[in-house]
Design a protein around this ligand. Structure first.
Ligand code: HEM
Ligand SMILES: CC(C)=CCC/C(C)=C/CC/C(C)=C/COP(=O)(O)OP(=O)(O)O
Length: 302
């Protein structure tokens, strides 16, 4: 029997499966970046409304994850990494997942509109539709560029958090969007290199399956360069101070070194892919620390 994370161990079985449907581990970083967008905004929001906004983003992101798993149940059944999810493992039926996903999506968008403003609710709805329809249904089964465009869905949360407070969109939240948008390809392609046989088996045209290891490794480095530029930009542009600036320089230097080592690696087997594994693991830490620095920098400047 596999051990459960502490956050899931205390829930009764059915709730545990519904919770797992929301991809809680991935969504924790999505929600964290949204919270940072909300806390870095130049105005304030009543704490109850701020909490409600973050709850809505968590519910919306979880609903999108559930709809993704509803649509991909057959594909998930073919991959080692995903076959123990509630739907392919047969612990939950597809209709329940569909109702859960649609209901939670509607609830999150309506509540966001009531608690904050229509722009934030509209961007939340657009992110859910983008992830489910544009990425999952349209691009993912068709093109190796799926995550380049489809990954935009995961870049919206800080913009939504910020907009929930201010009611409009300015340069800094657009940069926060750009950082996650450009971060997604190296984040995912690093991982895709060492789980590529799974994707090949399931017939999903991810880059290493379609174009090979060397091209994917070059693409990891290619997308890291504009990501570094976008991540450092807030300091020289005067949108953030030196705390953010120095944190960003250190994080981006490490990311770049790992991306170069990935690009230079020639290993064919996952056992030789240490740089790729390190880059994937660091990509998560990178985003957590970078977004925490956005907030810390704003607070010390108040
Ligand atoms: C289309 C874009 C993306 C793709 C294809 C992708 C894919 C993946 C995959 C396949 C994993 C492995 C773990 C799992 O099976 O769930 C993963 C892990 C993870 N991703 Fe992404 N990801 C994307 C975007 C994002 C975004 C936008 C965030 C957050 C801002 C994020 C945060 C994470 C985190 C925190 C993990 C680690 C989860 C764990 O510890 O199990 N990902 N990602
Ligand atoms: C507010 C809102 C709607 C946010 C959405 C956030 C979002 C789209 C995050 C993307 C993260 C993610 C789990 C990608 C993996 O999809 P996949 O289907 O390729 O992964 P899988 O193979 O593990 O199912």
């Amino acid at each position: 029997m596999t051990s459960l994370p502490a956050s899931q161990a205390m829930l009764p079985a059915d709730w545990r499966d519904l919770f797992a449907l929301t991809k809680p581990r991935v969504m924790s970083l999505v929600v964290f970046t949204a919270l940072c967008g909300l806390l870095a905004a130049p105005e304030t929001i009543h704490p109850v409304l701020g909490f409600t906004a973050i709850l809505c983003i968590a519910l919306g992101a979880g609903a999108a994850g559930a709809l993704n798993q509803w649509y991909e149940a057959d594909v998930d059944a073919q991959m080692k990494r995903t076959r123990s999810r509630p739907l392919p493992a047969g612990r939950l039926d597809r209709q329940t997942a569909l109702h859960f996903g649609v209901g939670l999506s509607a609830l999150s968008v309506i509540l966001m509109g009531l608690a904050t403003n229509l722009l934030a609710a509209a961007i939340l709805l657009a992110s859910i539709l983008f992830y489910v329809l544009v990425y999952t249904v349209w691009l993912k089964p068709r093109t190796a560029q799926n995550i380049v465009i489809g990954g935009a869905a995961g870049a919206f949360p800080p913009l939504i958090g910020w907009t929930a407070v201010t009611g409009d969109v300015s340069a800094m939240p657009v940069l926060l969007f750009a950082i996650i948008f450009l971060w997604t390809p190296p984040h995912f392609w690093a991982l895709s290199l060492f789980v590529r046989t799974d994707y090949a088996k399931a017939g999903i045209p991810m880059l290493p399956v379609v174009s090979g290891l060397a091209t994917t490794r070059r693409h990891v480095l290619l997308y890291t360069l504009p990501m570094v530029a976008a991540a450092v930009a807030p300091w020289p542009l005067g949108l953030a101070g030196s705390l953010y600036g120095w944190t960003s320089i250190v994080l981006n230097a490490i990311f770049l070194v790992l991306a170069v080592r990935t690009a230079m690696n020639r290993a064919e087997e996952p056992s030789g892919m240490k740089p790729e594994k390190q880059l994937f693991g660091f990509s998560i830490l990178y985003l957590f620390i970078l977004f925490a620095a956005v907030v810390a920098d704003r607070w010390i400047s108040l």
